[in-house]
Design a protein around this ligand. Structure first.
Ligand SMILES: NC(=O)c1ccc[n+]([C@@H]2O[C@H](COP(=O)([O-])OP(=O)(O)OC[C@H]3O[C@@H](n4cnc5c(N)ncnc54)[C@H](O)[C@@H]3O)[C@@H](O)[C@H]2O)c1
Length: 344
């Protein structure tokens, strides 16, 4: 496995660079003296101020270039590839979120299908060493066999979001086969941490608490059969992605050089346990007891009962498995939240 050396001269093009994962990945690459070109359309799906805060931090690095642009704009994408000639492309720009795909399906078709198609076309005409792109654990749909393995059947998504991510895997496979693009898809499992996404449960719960509002928990109030999620801490995600970035699949004449990896924690946690740990973490950060007011509701359409990643393939490929405990990860989130929003 190659490691990134400080003298690395490769150019990394990261789409969605002002997003949660894109920011931390860009930051890590820049800290290793890599050149990063970030693209983001800075949409207002969630608090844009948070995206600008991330950008401010990235712009401190002189090897960072930012393009405010939309990956749905094919001419703009082609122009960026032509101008910067990236060696490695990481496509993280997408319309994320399962529930929002019921409200605004168009955004998913635009960014996740058309946008990703434009990235593939750009890689077709501007050969790259490696195309890495975000898929999602949601491709496993309501599968009950756990842990979820990359070889499992994933042809029955239960949300349009999941369907776009599964489509991305098919599209990448085809382009990799036809044009010999070394490509790696990443099935992320509920990524959380400081500077995370305000639309995700842990962040939204903290927001509700500080507004003095109850939190809504969509688990039918059934603690026996609670929902499970394989929460994955952001630093672990970045470590896994960094290692994979530097070990592209080998090109062969016969088959596509495309593969897919789970990036998950391999240690699912009950939703109610997660909430309890979040209360404890916020309590520690504030120096007082925190108890959320809770309202229990039925599961939402598109939600899945459980996620649980097998990390065997990731371990075999790059010798790494996420290791951050939920207590440690949530404490880092809570400490950041209290400081960033100056809450008491
Ligand atoms: N965070 C998770 O738990 C998780 C889980 C599974 C998959 N993913 C996937 O990982 C990727 C990154 O997720 P994230 O959590 O950082 O989300 P995010 O929303 O924080 O980041 C995505 C960024 O892409 C930008 N963007 C969206 N559409 C764009 C477009 N058409 N053109 C240019 N920029 C655009 C947004 O402004 C945003 O800054 C996404 O593809 C997401 O679907 C994330």
């Amino acid at each position: 496995m190659k490691s990134i050396e400080p003298e690395n001269k490769k150019i990394y093009l990261v789409t969605g660079a002002a997003g949660f994962i894109g920011f931390f990945l860009s930051k890590r690459l820049l800290e290793q003296d890599c050149w990063v070109v970030g693209i983001d359309n800075m949409n207002d799906y969630y608090d844009v101020k948070l995206k600008y805060s991330r950008l401010v931090a990235l712009k401190e690095h002189e090897r960072f270039t930012f393009i405010k642009g939309d990956i749905c704009d094919k001419a703009r994408v082609m122009e960026a590839f032509d101008e910067y000639k990236p060696d490695v492309v990481v496509n993280l720009a997408a319309q994320a979120g399962v529930r929002y795909s019921l409200e605004n399906p168009d955004a998913y078709i635009q960014s996740n299908i058309i946008g990703f198609f434009n990235i593939l076309e750009a890689c077709r005409y501007n050969p790259v060493d490696h195309l890495v792109y975000a898929s999602s654990s949601s491709v496993y749909g309501s599968n009950t066999k756990v842990p979820f393995e990359e070889t499992d059947f994933v042809d029955h998504p239960v949300s349009l979001y999941a369907a776009t991510k599964k489509s991305n895997e098919l599209m990448a496979h085809t382009y990799s086969h036809l044009y010999k693009i070394p490509a790696t898809g990443l099935r992320f499992f509920t990524v959380y941490g400081p500077m995370g996404r305000p639309d995700m449960a842990y962040f939204a719960f903290a927001n509700k608490y500080f507004k003095g509002e109850p939190i809504r928990i969509f688990n039918n109030g059934d603690f026996e059969n609670d929902l499970y999620r394989d929460f994955t801490y952001i630093d672990d995600v970045i470590e896994g992605v960094m290692r994979l970035l530097n070990s592209p699949p080998e090109k062969t004449k016969e088959s596509a050089c495309h593969r897919v990896f789970n990036i998950g924690n391999n240690s699912p946690v009950k939703l109610m346990t997660f909430i309890e740990k979040l209360e404890e973490a916020l309590g520690k950060a504030l120096g007082r007891k925190v108890v959320f007011e809770k309202i229990f509701e039925p599961m939402k359409p598109g939600d899945v009962p459980a996620t649980f990643a097998s990390t065997d393939l990731l371990q075999q490929a790059v010798g790494f498995k996420p290791k951050t405990s939920i207590e440690e990860g949530l404490q880092k989130f809570a400490d950041w939240y209290v400081k960033y929003y100056k809450v008491k």
